[in-house]
Design a protein around this ligand. Structure first.
Ligand SMILES: CC(C)(COP(=O)(O)OP(=O)(O)OC[C@H]1O[C@@H](n2cnc3c(N)ncnc32)[C@H](O)[C@@H]1OP(=O)(O)O)[C@@H](O)C(=O)NCCC(=O)NCCS
Length: 191
């Protein structure tokens, strides 16, 4: 079904509930695992995630998010930012799970980085992801665009290839207790 009524608007605090599961899904369920580790006594992982979305300065703050609205309601989201150039040195205290991801980001200094791209399940396949990706390209850095996808996320990888992204590097996933059917992270670039 084509989308007749489509807009992309900045995220708002009221979008936190909508953003939570979408950010978690786009992050291959790693966010929920990290939130659980950060949770204090009696606090749930989702409460931590919600607080991070509501905070002004976390990487997943609503302030960095863009909401795709279709048919009058939120249907997808995007978080994008420019990667630093030059890349920062690897933090020796970075949890092992994040090391391959950070190494791949460091291979794309100065690019516009698609950090989160996610569409509600019932709204997928109608062009929302493609439009959000096109919107992200407004943030194109001096060295083009970048993103990281899990090798088992073949659907998303196909979408990125259709939009002009090409595989540039791979790193083995570090599972460190996190469960995933994937085995490698893939850095994809678009000039
Ligand atoms: C990837 C994602 C954002 C695409 O959003 P979308 O709104 O469905 O995107 P579009 O409608 O523009 O494009 C659909 C294309 O996505 C690809 N695709 C994504 N997931 C797919 C799946 N599970 N099965 C088949 N194709 C899939 C196909 O290439 C499809 O093309 P088609 O419609 O011609 O078959 C969405 O599937 C999603 O939210 N997935 C879960 C979160 C995620 O994996 N995010 C990316 C992390 S790197």
């Amino acid at each position: 079904m084509p989308l007749d009524d489509f807009t992309i608007r900045p995220g708002k605090p009221e979008d936190a509930e909508f953003l939570l599961p979408l950010i978690n899904r786009a992050g291959e369920d790693i966010p929920e695992r990290i939130w659980a580790q950060m949770a204090g006594p009696g606090e749930s992982s989702w409460e931590v995630g919600r607080a991070r979305i509501l905070s002004e300065d976390s990487g997943i703050s609503y302030r960095h998010s863009w909401i795709a609205e279709a048919e009058g309601r939120p249907a997808g989201c995007l978080i994008t930012r420019a990667l630093p150039d030059p890349s920062p040195p690897l933090d020796p205290d970075l949890p092992p799970l994040f090391v391959p991801l950070q190494e791949l980001e460091n291979e794309a200094p100065g690019t516009g980085y698609v950090y989160v791209l996610s569409t509600l399940r019932e709204m997928r396949g109608r062009g929302i992801g493609t439009r959000l990706l096109g919107f992200a390209e407004r943030y194109r850095g001096p060295r083009g665009m970048s993103l990281i996808v899990a090798d088992n996320n073949t659907g998303a990888k196909a979408l990125y290839e259709r939009c002009g992204y090409r595989e540039a590097a791979r790193r083995h996933m570090v599972k460190d207790g996190w469960d995933s059917p994937g085995s490698e992270w893939i850095l994809m670039l678009k000039p």
